[in-house]
Design a protein around this ligand. Structure first.
Ligand code: TXA
Ligand code: MG
Length: 331
């Protein structure tokens, strides 16, 4: 059953949920927005050569304009048309398709409306067969930030996209390409190669020791954590937040907690913790008694290392004080 059918099979109004990559590519070529599945999270895609469609990404998400968008391309050859890949970028490109986004110098082929006026661009090759078919058919690039509304956690299923954007997307022009649940479940690792040494702007699907191992033979460089002002929304202290309060606790401290708190504990399996993280947080929002003023979703975070680091990063942001949420852009 497609997600915009009711239980008795009747079509509900709303944006079409499709499974065919050729249809998705045709909609993108015609200036539509298509939510595309990736291994990390769903992205909201527009062809970068269609500036009206790119502008609609910002309004659909409620994202402030001027915030740079990630490009998605089918392969490394196509990436070279849009970004200047130096020796370090070429070495890291062996992780594509995969959950790694590189910030590099943008070529003239990238409209500056997509980069928020910057001369740098974020690029990745996502690992999802349907989306790779869409990108090969287009033979270009789509801009695709995560397909969530401002302030919501990222979507990892087509249903999450419907929940956030179903009423906002245009049923006559746009669609959601349903590729099933995302296998990684947290966003890509973002590495900024325009600085020396390279910096990690957002921990994600690729662990940083792996990046070090690939970079070391090139110029002896190793990755460092980001410094300086926030350049990616994932660098802000509060981000990836569900509506309900979140607290992080270690297992031994649980008995001090409100017995009615919803507990999420996937700490023993960081891969599962990542895969289900956003669905857990979204379910927490809908399953908790709204009359209670107090939170709380209680989460036992996995240990640092591998995907555990990305999950801890997102959970810390979900648990951070919220004041900043209204004044800072989120992705
Ligand atoms: O896994 C992912 O990366 C997902 C899937 C859909 O590919 N995309 C994603 O996009 O998480 P988004 O827009 O939610 O997060 C991308 C981050 C944003 O924080 C944005 O500010 C940053 O990348 N970014 C994009 N271009 C940049 C640039 N030129 N310099 C610095 N940061 C940039
Ligand atoms: Mg985002």
């Amino acid at each position: 059953m497609s997600s915009n059918q009711s239980a008795d099979g009747a079509e509900l109004p709303g944006v079409p949920v499709i499974q065919d990559p050729a249809t998705a590519a045709a909609l993108l070529s015609a200036g539509g927005l298509v939510a595309i599945p990736t291994e990390t999270v769903y992205g909201l895609a527009a062809d970068i050569t269609d500036l009206a469609a790119v502008a609609r990404i910002f309004s659909a998400k409620g994202r402030p304009t001027g915030h740079p968008l990630i490009l998605h391309v089918a392969d490394v050859e196509t990436a070279r048309r849009f970004g200047v890949l130096d020796a370090r970028a070429e070495a890291l490109a062996m992780l594509w398709p995969g959950p790694l986004t590189m910030i590099v110098s943008a070529t003239e082929a990238v409209p500056r409306e997509v980069t928020g006026g910057r001369d740098t661009v974020a690029i990745r090759v996502p690992e999802h067969q349907l989306t790779l078919q869409v990108l090969s058919t287009l033979d270009g690039a789509v801009a695709a930030p995560s397909a969530n509304r401002f302030g919501r956690v990222s979507p990892t299923t087509a249903q999450h996209v419907i929940d956030d954007l179903g009423d906002i997307l245009d049923p006559d022009r746009d669609a959601i390409l349903d590729g099933g649940p995302c296998l990684v479940g947290v966003e890509s690792t973002i590495v900024d190669l325009t600085c020396d040494p390279p910096q990690i702007l957002r921990p994600g699907g690729v662990p940083s020791p792996l990046l070090d191992r690939l970079l070391e033979p090139v110029d002896g460089s190793s990755i460092v954590a980001a410094t300086g002002p926030a350049r990616a929304s994932g660098m802000l202290p509060s981000h990836y937040a569900p509506e309900r309060g979140v607290v992080l606790v270690e297992r031994e401290d649980r008995e001090i907690l409100d017995p009615e708190a919803l507990v999420i504990d996937r700490a023993d399996d960081p891969v599962e913790a990542a895969r289900h993280l956003y669905d857990d947080l979204r379910r927490a929002d809908t399953s908790i008694d709204r009359d209670r003023s107090e939170p709380i979703v209680v989460v036992q975070p996995p240990n640092d290392g591998g995907l555990g680091s990305a999950v801890r990063d997102r959970l810390k942001k979900a648990a951070a004080p919220r004041e900043r949420q209204t004044t800072n852009p989120t992705g």
